[in-house]
Write a protein that binds this ligand. Structure first.
Ligand code: NA7
Length: 537
C-alpha cells in the first residue's frame, strides 16, 4: 500500500486550496478526486445559466497577490465556465495537478488505532495509507433526486442538474420539464427558455429571489478592486457572511416606512444576497422578517404579468432567508414569455411519470427532457457516502445518526487525525465559501505545522468540546428564524434525516476569532498526543 503524510479527499475549492497550503508548508500531500477533472461543484454543475451568486472578485482565492492581479473576471457574477477556468488556471499556475490523483473515488476509510493512520480504499480497488485525512467533500455536492412513481418509464432524457453531462445538449424545439425552484432551477429556466419550444417549471415551494443586477465588469471596477484587494479581503473576513458588505445598524422597525422602502429598494437593486443585511434583524425578528418578505413579494409580483402565475410565484410558506434565497437573472420575467409555464405541484402534485412526460393531479405534461434541479443532501451527504470507520469500529454514519456533532466543524471525537473543511458546525454554507474555506485551511495548515513541530502522532476532538460546540451552534441558531422552515440547512427536507441545524450561524467574523482562540489556547478542544491512545491504553 502507498503511504502519504496527508491525504486530501476532493479537488474542489477547498481541496485545491488545502493542497497549495500544505504542500507549501513542506508536507507530503496527495489529493484524491473522484472525477476526472478538478473543480468540485463547478465541475459537476454545468447546467445552462449556472452562475455564482457571490461577486466574482470576492469568490476568488486570496492567498496570492500575483494571482489576484493577473486574473481578470469578466462579470460581476461569474458563470460556471469562468469559475472552472479560474480553478484550472490556479491548478496550472501553482502546479497542483501533479499531486492530484483523478478518478479516485474514496469508498472507505478505516482508522488503524495502533498505527494512528487512516487506510483509505478507492473504487478501483487501490488503497492508500495516510497519517492525516482531510475531507474536502463540499457542502452541496451529494445530489438528491425525487422519487415519483413511474420515473423509469419516461422515454425522454432525464438529467440531474448537479451531474450535468459534458456533451452539448440541444434544447432547440424541445419540451423541457424542470423540477425544483432553488438556485439551480431558477438559473436554468430563462436560459433554456430562450431555445426550447416549451419549458414547464414544476414548483413545490415558491422561493424568494433578488435580481442579480449582473453586468460585465468595467475597467474602472476591475482597477478599483485590484488596487484595493488587501483591504477588501480584510473587510470580507471581518463581515458576518464573508461578502463585501456589512449589515445595516438600525433595526427594521425603528425606521419609518418611507425610509425603509428606500433602503430596501437600494439593497434590492444592487446587493443580491446583501438584501438580507439591509437591516441587522431580518433573520432574527419575525416582524422585521415579515416586512422584508412582504417587500420581496411585492417586487416579485411586479416582475410577472399574468395574475394567476404571479400568485403562484409569491413565496408564502416561509419567511425570507429562512431557506436559502436565490439571486436570479431573469427568472420571473421568463414567465412572461409565451413558452414558459408554471406547474404548481403543491396545489396539484405530480402523480406519476409516464412514457411521454409527467402527469399531475391536474393534467399531463408531454416532455422530451426532465431536469431534476432538486437539490442536495446538504452538509453531511458527501461526508457520509464513504464508509468512514473510526475508533472501536464506530462509523461516522453511526456516530452522526442523530445529527452531526463536531468541534468547530473541523473534526469529531472518535475519529482521530481526521479533519474536515466546510463541515457541519462551520459557517461555510451560510457564507462566501471562499472566505470560510480559506480561514479553515489556513488554520489547519498551522495546526499541521504544530503537530509536526511537536511530534504529535494523534490529534482528536475531545467529547466535551464537541458537546459544547454543538450546544453553541444550537444556541446561536435559536436566536434566529432559521428553524422556522424546513431547509437544507436543517435536514428537514430530506426524508429520514435528523432535523438539526447544521451550519454555524454566528458569522464568519466571530468564527474566525474562535479559530484564533482555539489555536492560541494550544488547540483547545483537541487532544494532542505524542503517543496514540491505543498504545498507551
Ligand atoms: P435547492 O436550493 O435545495 O433547491 C431544490 C429545489 O428542488 C427546491 O425548489 C425543492 O422544493 C425542489 N425539490 C426537491 N425535491 C423535490 C421533489 N421531490 N419534488 C419537487 N421538487 C423538489 O437546490 P439548488 O440546486 O437549486 O441550489 C442549491 C445551492 O446551490 C444553492 O443554494 C447555491 O448554494 C448553489 P422545496 O423548496 O423543497 O419544496
Amino acid at each position: 500500500m502507498d503511504h502519504v503524510d496527508i491525504l486530501i479527499v476532493g479537488a474542489g475549492i477547498a481541496g485545491l486550496r488545502a493542497l497549495y497550503s500544505l504542500r507549501g508548508a513542506g508536507f507530503d500531500v496527495r489529493v484524491a478526486e473522484a472525477s476526472d477533472e478538478l473543480g468540485g461543484v463547478w465541475n459537476h454543475n454545468r447546467y445552462p445559466g449556472a452562475r455564482c451568486d457571490v461577486e466574482s472578485y470576492d469568490y476568488s482565492y486570496s492567498f496570492s497577490s500575483e494571482l489576484e492581479q493577473e486574473w481578470t473576471w469578466t462579470e460581476r457574477y461569474p458563470r460556471q465556465p469562468e469559475i472552472l477556468s479560474y480553478l484550472n488556471h490556479v491548478a496550472d499556475r501553482f502546479d497542483l495537478r501533479k499531486d492530484i490523483t483523478f478518478n479516485a473515488r474514496a469508498t472507505s476509510a478505516d482508522y488503524d488505532e495502533e498505527a494512528a493512520r487512516w487506510n483509505v480504499a478507492f473504487e478501483d480497488g487501490s488503497r492508500l495509507s495516510c497519517r492525516r485525512l482531510i475531507l474536502c467533500l463540499g457542502q452541496l455536492s451529494a445530489p438528491k433526486t425525487p422519487d415519483y412513481p413511474g420515473q423509469e418509464r419516461f422515454r425522454g432524457e432525464t438529467i440531474v442538474s448537479a451531474q450535468w453531462p459534458r456533451r452539448e445538449i440541444d434544447f432547440r424545439g424541445k419540451r423541457v420539464g424542470i423540477i425544483g425552484t432553488g438556485s439551480s432551477g431558477m438559473q436554468m429556466t430563462p436560459v433554456i427558455a430562450e431555445v426550447a419550444e416549451r419549458v414547464t417549471v414544476f414548483q413545490r415551494t415558491a422561493n424568494y429571489s433578488v435580481p442579480a443586477a449582473n453586468a460585465p465588469l468595467t475597467d474602472e471596477e476591475i482597477h478599483e478592486v485590484k488596487a484595493n484587494y488587501a483591504a477588501r479581503r480584510e473587510m470580507t473576513r471581518n463581515s458576518p457572511t464573508g461578502l463585501g458588505f456589512q449589515p445595516g445598524k438600525v433595526r427594521t422597525l425603528d425606521v419609518d416606512p418611507q425610509e425603509r422602502e428606500k433602503v430596501f429598494e437600494a439593497a434590492y437593486n444592487r446587493y443580491g444576497f446583501g438584501f438580507a443585511l439591509a437591516y441587522p434583524d431580518i433573520l432574527l425578528d419575525p416582524e422585521a422578517n415579515a416586512v422584508a418578505s412582504e417587500f420581496l413579494r411585492r417586487k416579485i409580483g411586479e416582475r410577472v404579468n399574468d395574475p394567476e402565475v404571479r400568485a403562484k410565484l409569491l413565496p408564502v410558506t416561509h419567511g425570507f432567508g429562512t431557506r436559502r434565497p436565490t439571486v436570479d437573472s431573469g427568472y420571473y420575467e421568463a414567465f412572461n414569455r409565451g413558452n414558459v409555464e408554471l406547474a404548481d405541484i403543491r396545489a396539484t402534485p405530480i402523480v406519476e411519470f409516464t412514457e411521454t412526460g409527467i402527469r399531475t393531479a391536474e393534467k399531463d405534461y408531454p416532455l422530451d427532457f426532465i431536469i431534476y434541479a432538486t437539490g442536495f443532501d446538504a452538509l453531511t451527504g458527501a461526508l457520509l457516502k464513504p464508509r468512514i470507520t473510526g475508533r472501536h469500529g464506530l462509523t461516522l454514519k453511526e456516530k452522526w445518526a442523530r445529527g452531526p456533532i463536531t468541534q468547530l466543524g473541523l473534526g469529531t471525537a472518535g475519529f482521530p487525525n481526521l479533519l474536515i473543511v466546510g463541515g457541519p458546525g462551520s459557517p461555510t454554507v451560510l457564507s462566501n465559501v471562499m472566505v470560510s474555506t480559506e480561514l479553515q485551511v489556513d488554520w489547519l495548515t498551522d495546526l499541521m505545522k504544530t503537530l509536526r513541530a511537536e511530534g504529535i502522532e494523534e490529534i482528536e476532538v475531545s467529547p466535551e468540546a464537541e458537546q459544547a460546540w454543538n450546544a453553541h451552534v444550537a444556541e446561536r441558531v435559536s436566536e434566529t428564524l432559521y428553524m422556522t422552515a424546513d431547509s437544507f440547512y436543517n435536514g428537514g427536507e430530506v426524508k429520514g434525516k435528523p432535523r438539526v441545524f447544521m451550519p454555524y450561524s454566528g458569522g464568519v467574523r466571530h468564527y474566525r476569532r474562535l479559530l484564533e482562540t482555539c489555536a492560541t489556547g494550544g488547540y483547545s478542544g483537541f487532544e494532542l498526543r505524542k503517543t496514540p491512545l491505543a498504545r498507551t491504553e
